[in-house]
Write a protein that binds this ligand. Structure first.
Ligand code: ATR
Length: 275
């Protein structure tokens, strides 16, 4: 029998991950099984799972970090885990979301992130996963704005670069000027509501990115276009890239993501963000 992998989250019914990993496995000639497991109790579900590795999605990324016997340096830095690898003595946790986002922006969209003045909206699991990778990719300043100030303060503290990382309030947004990169990592639009964003945040040099894809990304990308942003990019490419990084951790082969991305993008609007 082949190796066994699963995605744990709630909800996961609409997840694209099983399709993406099946395509990667076929391409790489790897015999593996990858299923989506809907659970509200990660501890119990993982205890009952005897597979070789897993992906973790909403709302369990923080809990997964706490359950791991060891963490990669980048997972330790952001405190959230999206990939588990079975190791002697328990799970090894890693986070491929940040690298997935950076790969999508730099490889697929050919963007140079260095020196970009960046605004990160949100300070939850998604934001925490991508913030370290954005800093490592060489962005200039990182402004973090979150509805609950304690969380943006905590994320800024963890990132530990006070001269470069600035927590701010939503009320500060009109005074912050224009950004080169605006990343929406809030889950607000998954519930159909976009926080009020002044169009002064974006201009002709701005790349706007939503970590969601499909319908959930529409309000933010529409805002970006109305604000004359240069590019408005959804999270579908990041989803495929983070999956490829997880696949590489499990199998030692990094799949070619181009064909899989093109296939998903062909009917992207009907997709529901779920990973
Ligand atoms: P995820 O893993 O997707 O980041 P999360 O950890 O629950 O999920 O975080 C959700 C993020 O979206 C948080 O930054 C949250 O803000 P709070 O920390 O204040 O809860 C943000 N968010 C959710 N709904 C929002 C809304 N209606 N307006 C603004 N921010 C919102």
């Amino acid at each position: 029998m082949g190796r066994r992998y699963a995605l744990f989250g709630h909800p996961v019914a609409h997840s694209l991950s099983p399709r993406i990993h099946a395509a990667f496995a076929e391409q790489a000639g790897v015999d593996m099984d990858y299923t989506a497991i809907d659970t509200e109790d990660l501890d119990a579900a993982l205890a009952a799972f005897d597979g070789d590795g897993a992906n973790i999605t909403l709302p369990h990324k923080e809990r997964a970090a706490a359950l791991c016997a060891s963490l990669s340096a980048r997972a330790r830095r952001c405190g959230v885990v999206n990939t588990l690898v079975r190791a002697d003595g328990g799970w090894h946790g890693d986070n491929t979301d940040g690298l997935g986002l950076v790969r999508d922006l730099t490889d697929r969209h050919r963007l140079d992130l260095r020196g970009r003045r960046t605004l990160l909206l949100g300070a939850g699991g998604g934001a925490r996963g991508v913030a370290p990778a954005l800093l490592d990719a060489g962005i200039a300043e990182l402004f973090i704005v979150n509805r609950t100030a304690a969380r943006s303060d905590a994320l800024a503290d963890v990132l530990g670069e006070p001269g470069r990382v600035h927590p701010r309030y939503f009320d500060d947004l009109p005074a912050l000027g224009e950004f080169d990169l605006v990343v929406n990592a809030t889950s607000a639009t998954r519930h159909g509501e976009l926080p009020k964003l002044p169009i002064s945040l974006a201009g002709r040099r701005t790349t706007a990115v939503d970590l969601s894809y499909g319908e959930a990304a529409i309000p933010f990308l529409a805002w970006a276009r109305a604000a004359n942003a240069r590019e408005a990019i959804d999270g579908l490419g990041m989803l495929v890239e983070q999956a490829a990084e997880s696949f590489a951790l499990w199998h030692g082969i990094r799949p070619d993501t181009g064909a899989v991305f093109a296939q998903l993008q062909a009917h992207a609007i009907s997709l529901v963000s779920a990973d």
